[in-house]
Design a protein around this ligand. Structure first.
Ligand code: DGJ
Length: 760
């Protein structure tokens, strides 16, 4: 019954994929994808997880299984066919079969399925919205193709992955959907996406095109729905609730993935916890409007979906054209949310973050924003950089305010030339002055924006997103440049490149400080305006790709008022992201703990800032601020000139300590031990892959009178190994994990402790 479109193909490594030149043919190779012709099923096996789909006799594609490893076996029992009242039958003569009652893999509306569709297409010649997608072939590829114009996981060698592409077709509408599934060797992780092709001779209108959909069987209707929500300065707060009948969803309509919801959710089985039970994660490699949803149907079927938000979206597909959805990364763990996080961390570090930065240690930086805000000149910057270098800081970052006539938030975005009042001798001169103190130079930019009070806007008032019917809403006094337009991107590329070539700049903080309104483009016709938000993202990605290729040695850090665009899409280009504008150590406990559910520490930019903290007014010890910021790409955000001699001394040793630990922190496995969302403590441990070294951190938030003793049970160590703790006592791994380590009694608020462990 199977139609193999091509024998198994070998793809070159993703970065260099030649789409037309899939040249070699091989047998099934690593066996990540197994095709079971007899029963018409496909199995993906990798890293301790199995995923299965099956084709029914009528050619519908069913979800078969996802979970712990399962040998190829009969999937028929997974979807028993049983006629039910009010479940219509698309197959003439078969009164039992209905799409309303079986698990589906990429459902469409109109042929008896009433759940949330994964795809909707309008067929303008007839006005029909009905889609009947049936299996029409498959192919297996060694490796993983790159996605057209979109960020995605990548492989450096074909052996690292196998990709199954299943073609579904509706011959009446003359549309095809290619569902792509990549299994990554050694990871319980799969990448999914869809490519929709117009094979007819009239245009089609795509109204919904999600990246994936999975129907879990009713036994899972007791799942918990775990997600990360927030707002500016309090991002990535963990929320979890039991699924209820009907729809639960989160989405962004802001033109960015947003502070409000991260493009991620997990389903955890009833009773699952941090280190126990089945957990299924969905993460979208996209930085714009998204939808993540779970729907429990009348017979308990749980439909989970993630992808581009259909809200305010439509896309005209002309004959012969194809539309590629963003990629969803799906992870499975039997070790609860903790295991799920480790699966995401490993796959993102290995297959998503730009290769040059994969395991590369990040420089300790000092950023001048909270030290000076807009109020600085070249002398002040040089003296901050000099002081920082003396403390052991490796990179000085000049934040907002260095360009145009920028004295506050009201002007000059778009005019990327040195501010003549603050830097009269220009940027290159400042970079030289900073670097002469033995420290690298980094620069803040906000390239996607334009201030109405700027030379750029005066020259090109139509270059921003806008509509002819309404005025332009400002956000932080600025407008969003229309990156869907090639001429805007070209001008930006040239201007940014000029700045980056003008001096030895080794780091860029790429900021983005407002969400979209009046989403329209002067470039598209009226019928194409709902394409604008997605075209903007494609434009942004094209610009970033070009810049990364031009400046591979520059470390780009993403930022959107902190974590307003903290997503895998940005991580594909930028290995680290400023986690939040809230730099308070106690607030960061929750923000970073939440972000760590999906993202590795190396991706979380975290700084020590001054006290009282500028966002919440809190005083915390310098040690605690450092210990908390160690959980990320580490740096400082304070005025070094006001430090006491004692603080300088402490900072110097903090930096030495971080430098000794950063390899462990960037490559190790994270085990979360105490949740700051559940009590007065937070704790976690990072363990090296060979389990020879570990760093455990505990923070007690508020002190209590007459407290109970605190014991912290560690995780991830060798149970039969002996560890030297903080260079002193020797304790057995099983003792540390079962009996636990004693946390010294807190002597005040916000006290942290760390234990550095070495296997002896
Ligand atoms: C928002 C960022 O998150 C801050 O760190 C800082 O760079 C400001 N923008 C500058 O305007």
């Amino acid at each position: 019954m199977f139609i193999q479109e091509n024998p198994t193909e070998i793809l070159p490594a993703s970065p260099a994929v030649n789409r037309s030149g899939r040249n070699e043919v091989c047998s099934s190779g690593a066996g990540l994808v197994v095709v079971d012709e007899k029963q018409g099923a496909f199995f993906l096996h990798s890293g301790g997880a199995t995923y299965a789909v099956a084709v029914s006799d009528h050619g519908f594609l069913h979800h078969g299984y996802w979970g712990p490893p399962l040998a190829a076996q009969d999937l028929a029992s997974v979807f028993p066919v049983r006629g039910r009242a009010f479940s219509p039958n698309p197959i003439p003569g078969d009164g039992n079969f209905s799409l309303d009652t079986v698990p589906l893999e990429y459902p469409a509306y109109g042929r008896s399925d009433y759940g949330l569709p994964a795809i909707e297409i309008l067929h303008p010649p007839t006005g029909s919205r009905i889609l009947d997608l049936r299996y029409d072939g498959h192919r297996v590829l060694k490796g993983k193709p790159s996605l057209e114009d979109l960020p995605a996981c990548r492989v450096s060698a074909p052996a690292e992955a196998e990709t199954l592409v299943i073609t579904l077709r509706d011959s009446a509408v003359r549309a095809a959907v290619e569902l792509s599934y990549t299994a990554f060797a050694g990871h319980p992780v799969m990448a999914r996406s869809a490519r929709i092709l117009n094979e007819g001779d009239s245009s089609l209108v795509l109204r919904r095109a999600l990246s994936c959909s999975i129907d879990f069987s009713p036994q899972f209707s007791g799942f918990h729905f775990v997600h990360l929500h927030g707002a500016w300065a309090r991002e990535t707060q963990i929320a979890s609730h039991r699924l209820h009948p009907g729809l639960q969803s989160l989405e962004s309509r802001r033109g960015a993935s947003s502070h409000a919801h991260n493009p991620f959710f997990a389903l955890t089985e009833m009773g699952a916890h941090e280190e126990y039970g089945a957990a299924y994660g969905f993460s979208l490699v996209y930085s714009g409007n998204f939808l993540a949803a779970a729907e429990v149907g009348p017979y308990g079927r749980v439909r989970a979906q993630i992808g581009l938000n259909p809200f305010d979206f439509s896309w005209t597909l002309d004959p012969g054209e194809a539309f590629q959805t963003p990629e969803a990364v799906l992870a499975f763990s039997r070790e609860g949310l903790g295991g799920l996080s480790r699966a995401f961390h490993r796959v993102f570090r290995r297959h998503l973050i730009p290769e040059p930065w994969r395991d590369r240690e990040r420089p300790v930086l000092l950023n001048n924003w909270e030290a000076t805000y807009f109020d600085f000149d070249a002398d002040r910057i040089e003296s901050l950089a000099k002081e920082a270098a003396g403390l052991g800081v490796e990179l000085f970052v000049l934040d907002d305010g260095w360009f145009g006539r920028r004295e506050d938030e009201t002007s000059s975005l778009g005019d990327w030339t040195a501010n003549p009042r603050k830097l009269p001798r220009g940027l290159a001169d400042l970079v030289r002055r900073v670097r002469q103190h033995g420290i690298e130079f980094g620069l803040w930019m906000e390239p996607e924006m334009v201030s109405p009070d700027s030379d750029l806007y005066r020259a090109h008032p139509d270059w921003c997103l806008h509509v002819p019917t309404h005025s332009r809403s400002l956000g932080r006094n600025q407008l969003v440049l229309d990156l869907s337009r090639p001429e805007v991107r070209k001008a930006l590329f040239e201007r940014i490149s000029e700045v980056l070539r003008s001096a030895p700049i080794s780091y860029v903080k790429w900021d983005m400080n407002r969400n979209m309104t009046e989403i329209g483009s002067a470039a598209g016709g009226p019928e194409r305006q709902q394409e604008t938000a997605h075209r903007y993202m494609l434009g942004l990605y094209a610009l970033l790709k070009e810049l990364m290729e031009e400046f591979p040695e520059i470390l780009f850090e993403g930022c959107s008022g902190g974590g307003g665009r903290f997503d895998p899409g940005m991580l594909h280009y930028m290995p680290q992201i400023w986690t939040s504008d809230n730099s308070d150590a106690v607030a960061r406990l929750q923000i970073q703990y939440g972000a760590s559910v999906v993202y590795p520490f190396s991706a979380l930019s975290a700084h020590v800032s001054t006290v009282p903290n500028h966002q919440v007014g809190r005083y915390t010890p310098l040690k605690t601020r450092g210990d908390v910021a160690f959980t990320g790409s580490f740096g400082y955000e304070l005025d070094t000139s006001t430090m006491t001699e004692e603080q300088r001394k402490q900072t110097r040793s903090q930096i030495i300590r971080y430098k000794n630990l950063r390899r462990l922190l960037i490559t190790g496995d994270l085990f979360r031990l105490r949740s700051p969302f559940e009590g007065n403590e937070a704790a976690w441990i990072v363990v090296s892959p060979d389990r020879r070294e570990a760093l455990a951190t505990h923070v007690n938030v508020l002190a209590e009178a007459n407290p109970s003793p605190i014991k912290l049970r560690l995780r991830g160590l060798k149970s039969d190994g002996a560890y030297r703790v903080n260079g002193k006592e020797i304790l057995q791994g099983d003792f540390l994990m079962q009996a636990g380590i004693s946390v010294p009694e807190p002597t005040g608020d916000f006290i942290s402790n760390q234990w550095h462990l070495h296997l002896i």
